[in-house]
Design a binder for this molecule. Structure first.
Ligand code: GUN
Length: 173
């Protein structure tokens, strides 16, 4: 895909293609469409991130709450988005032992109880051993810091998804 094509997309097509750059938040793509034309992928990404940054805390927490748990019920029930399924499989989270599943379920529940939103991590940059370690570490962070960290992970996930769509190197976005 190239920018000329993106800039010529009508609203429906744009939301179809970019609606899940931020997990289950097509509203963000809908808002970003109004900012076209985009000069390059970096410019497009900037608009997605600026929308997130401009939200009040309740909206930012809402974005996090649209994310499924890692290795959670939706993975078991095969109701994840295609992107999340691919990312969680890539991190090895689809082949956890029963003991590993239980450990993550317990940590996910503790995290959700403490912060009021699910644990979000760019799964593609992690693996099955690192996920519970990172979850346990972030559980001890102060809430304001944790909100910033979690939104940073949302942006990493979005950057990787955008890079996939454009066949780009995410490090160069
Ligand atoms: N990391 C990459 N994709 C996802 C997701 O769908 N949910 C969570 N919690 N983390 C992710």
């Amino acid at each position: 895909m190239d920018m000329e094509k993106v800039n010529s997309m009508d609203f429906g097509e744009f939301v179809d293609v970019f609606g899940n750059i931020i997990e289950r938040c097509p509203l963000i793509a809908a808002a970003v469409w109004s900012q076209r034309p985009f000069s390059d992928v970096e410019d497009l990404e900037k608009h997605f991130f600026a929308f997130i940054d401009a939200l009040p805390q309740s909206g930012q927490e809402g974005i996090l709450r649209c994310h499924p748990d890692l290795a959670g019920r939706e993975l078991q029930q095969s109701t994840l988005t295609a992107e999340s399924q691919r990312e969680q499989a890539g991190a090895g989270l689809t082949s956890l032992s029963a003991a590993e599943q239980l450990q993550l379920a317990e940590l996910n529940a503790l995290y959700r109880a403490r912060f009021g939103f699910p644990f979000v991590l760019a799964a593609r940059l992690s693996n099955r051993a690192a996920v519970p370690r990172e979850l346990a570490r972030r559980l001890r962070c102060p809430p304001a810091e944790e909100l910033r960290t979690a939104l940073g992970e949302v942006k990493k996930i979005g950057r990787l998804r955008l890079a996939d769509l454009f066949g780009a190197d995410p490090a160069r976005l």
